[in-house]
Design a binder for this molecule. Structure first.
Ligand code: HEC
Ligand code: HEC
Length: 211
């Protein structure tokens, strides 16, 4: 008797867990839009096209990458956030896991409208690093992971095309200094460590001009 009751409860809870997992699995961009329009709009624009280089564009970014960054900005318990940023840390503090999935799917579904002016003098060096890397220094081509046109590759590799050069430059320097350390297997820290300031500037400018 007790045994069947326990089994019934077990069955019921596993059923509930399964059902809610399914509900969680499907992101709802319409719900994400509401969050974007109320919380994110001030800095990233409601459609993820940011007005200033201090805040990155999010429109058309890889969905899984966006979700991962939101999780990484969130401090869990006593530990500091893996991607430590006071502004975004505050933004994600009030978001549930589901909110993050929804808002990621909203921004990923939006169209980027890049209008960045490009410094043409840096294009040649930037293009070389992007397409070939630097064999002597052992720097791999950015295109290998971020795509030839910088569109990114689901699920791990973010889009870099059309992003503000200033933002890309800042992130590369943060990886190089180890201040940003949320890259899987230290991929970006290892690469950025081999880039000079001039190379970082050139490749950031090049990526900003990619469409
Ligand atoms: C007060 C301004 C501000 C608001 C509001 C804001 N953000 Fe941000 N966001 C930033 C800044 C600044 C960065 C760059 C952080 C860094 O340098 O690492 C950023 C970075 C991000 C990134 C990382 C992008 C990348 O390419 O890695 C994501 C994702 C993001 N924000 C999502 C959101 C979402 C979703 C909201 C709304 C819930 C939001 N942000 C609200 C300022 C803001
Ligand atoms: C071996 C694969 C690989 C190569 C090659 C690579 N990257 Fe990355 N890159 C990644 C991954 C993975 C991430 C996402 C890290 C994370 O999850 O936060 C990333 C993230 C970035 C970011 C952060 C984007 C954002 O929105 O915040 C920048 C900037 C970047 N890479 C630039 C470059 C440049 C420039 C090169 C070439 C010099 C390059 N990457 C080569 C794998 C790679």
């Amino acid at each position: 008797m007790i045994r069947t009751a326990a089994m019934a409860i077990l069955f019921a809870t596993s059923f509930i867990a399964h059902a809610s997992e399914e509900a969680k699995g499907k992101a709802d961009p319409a719900k994400g839009k509401v969050i974007a329009e109320t919380v994110c709009v001030a800095c990233h624009g409601a459609d993820g096209n940011s007005a200033t280089s201090a805040n990155p564009h999010l429109a058309g970014q890889i969905e899984e990458y966006l979700y991962k960054q939101l999780k990484n900005f969130q401090a869990v318990g006593e530990k500091p956030a893996v991607r430590n940023n006071p502004i975004m840390g505050g933004m994600v503090a009030g978001l549930s896991d589901e909110d993050m999935k929804n808002v990621a799917s909203w921004f990923a579904s939006q169209k980027q409208k890049p209008a960045t002016a490009i410094d043409e003098s840096k294009i040649a060096l930037g293009q070389k690093i992007w397409r070939q890397g630097d064999f002597k220094k052992g720097t791999p081509a950015c295109a290998g992971c971020h795509g030839p046109a910088g569109a990114g590759l689901p699920a791990q590799y973010p889009r870099l095309s059309g992003q503000f050069a200033e933002y890309t430059e800042m992130q590369l320097k943060a990886f190089r200094a180890g201040e940003r350390a949320n890259d899987p297997e230290q991929m970006m820290r290892a690469i950025a460590a081999k880039l000079s300031d001039a190379e970082i500037k050139a490749v950031s400018e090049y990526a900003a001009g990619l469409r």
